[in-house]
Design a protein around this ligand. Structure first.
Ligand code: FAD
Length: 404
């Protein structure tokens, strides 16, 4: 009889990457175990934004409980506002809902879901593959080990080596209540003086606020103050203020809005990979008997921190490579599919948040978009995940010089 604890593939981590790979592999007939070490009900720190490009590639994602967004407020570093009507909506999910939806699909497809955290010490390479040991002392065997254990992946450290601070971004923020008496717009605001942006992503029962920026330039106190300005600006605007979103100080010191927000906002912080351009050339996502997916492999957009699309796409490419009988083909497949674009995004990061025609590029982009339909279209495509970074500046310059 077949050993119940023996599998072809052992996947550690049941985020979008691990669960989607487990589903695809199980549907293809592989014996797969998916280890979920996340405490029940504890959300992964994330804005939960899923681009139109991802929704088009995997329309079933729309069955997960979330909300679709077809308009967006954008702010420049100086606080100029742009209203963007999106041709293609994107979705915002609670990560508890999104992750459990994908994990349940993996289970329905036949993957064994095991609720155990597998520490680095619990992983042993054997002659025939791998043995994993859980905190309970139980053991599982498998031929192939997949690290889908997120940005702090212990498996990636062991198999592909640690990442430098220059290969990481930081995101932090607050979960805060929805405004009582008004609509809650979705907002993206490019930071004054810093690389990165702030967001307000309303969910069904709260708003996720946050800032994503590079780890090597991270200054906690100054950025936290900036995020508070942004959050207070957001609620004060809802209460009728016309003040700049970055400088909406109350005339009377701490007001009711601030008191309420300070009492209710729950803080979170986490890392996002943002590989430097040279790292893309040298870092491997698979080898004999192992593979890395999603954040564990470093697959997030170095300009925006968007990682859910790449988590899902890498899972799909790995599963297809495995089912074709040549799992190591995955390395070449992810490089061809999205590796080149992410590497170019890494090269673009400084320039995107740098200057363009004597002002921050992001300031110019919002400024021009306010006056040109063509530029609003380019920006909409960028948000939808359909506009690459290559040629972005050229395209914007062309649109400005030859407005539609
Ligand atoms: C604050 C913040 C905001 C973000 N906003 C967005 C956004 O709006 N849109 C977007 O596309 N991306 C966003 N990202 C990035 C996105 O969250 C990640 O790219 C994405 O979650 C990667 O998916 P994953 O499956 O690779 O890893 P994860 O989602 O991190 O999943 C890994 C899973 O493995 C589990 N795990 C870890 N170690 C073990 C272990 N030893 N044993 C068992 N299980 C383990 C973890 O608990 C986790 O559930 C954001 C990131 C941050 C930090």
């Amino acid at each position: 009889m077949e050993n119940m604890n023996s599998f072809e593939v052992l996947i550690v981590g049941a985020g979008p990457a691990g669960s989607f790979a487990a589903e695809k592999l199980a549907r293809g007939g592989a014996r797969v175990a998916l280890f979920d070490g996340r405490p029940e009900g504890e959300p992964k720190a994330c804005g939960g934004g899923v681009t139109a490009k991802a929704l088009k590639a995997w329309p079933h994602l729309l069955n997960a409980v979330g909300r679709t967004v077809n308009e967006l407020e954008m702010y420049s570093p100086a606080g100029k506002r742009l209203h963007l009507q999106l041709d293609e909506p994107f979705a915002i999910y609670s990560r508890v809902a999104f992750d459990s939806y994908l994990r349940d699909r993996a289970q329905e497809a036949g993957a064994a879901v095991i609720f155990e955290k597998i520490t680095a010490r619990g992983i042993k390479r054997t002659e025939s593959g791998w043995t994993l040991r859980g905190a309970s002392g139980a053991e599982w065997q498998g031929k192939l080990l997949v690290g889908a254990d997120g940005a702090n992946s212990g498996i990636a450290k062991k198999l592909a080596g640690p990442l430098a601070p220059a290969d990481m971004e930081v995101a932090f923020g607050y979960r805060a209540p929805l405004p009582e008496a008004s609509e809650a717009p979705t907002v993206i605001a490019f930071l004054p003086q810093w690389v990165g942006y702030a967001w307000a992503f309303p969910r069904l029962d709260h708003i996720s606020f946050g800032i994503a920026t590079t780890q090597d330039a991270f200054e906690h106190k100054a950025l936290d103050e900036l995020l508070w300005q942004f959050m207070l600006g957001y609620y004060r605007q809802r209460a009728g203020s016309n003040a700049n979103i970055w400088q909406s100080n109350s005339d009377r010191g701490v007001d009711d809005i601030e008191r309420h927000l300070r009492a209710t906002a729950e803080r979170y912080a986490a890392r996002i990979p943002g590989l430097a351009d040279q790292t893309w050339d040298t870092r491997l996502a698979c080898g004999e008997g192992w593979a890395l997916l999603g954040d564990a492999a470093g697959f997030a957009d170095p300009v925006t921190g968007e990682g859910i699309y790449y988590a899902l796409r890498s899972a799909e490419l790995f599963a297809e490579s495995f089912l074709s009988g040549d799992p190591e083909k995955y390395e070449q497949r992810w490089r061809t599919d999205f590796g080149g674009e992410l590497r170019r995004a890494a090269q673009m990061r400084r320039r995107f948040y740098g200057n363009f025609w004597g002002a921050p590029f992001t300031e110019r982009m919002i400024e021009f978009a306010r006056g040109h339909r063509g530029i609003r279209k380019v920006l909409g495509d960028l948000v939808a995940g359909e506009q690459g970074y290559v040629g972005l500046k050229k395209k914007l310059a062309r649109r400005v010089l030859r407005p539609l």
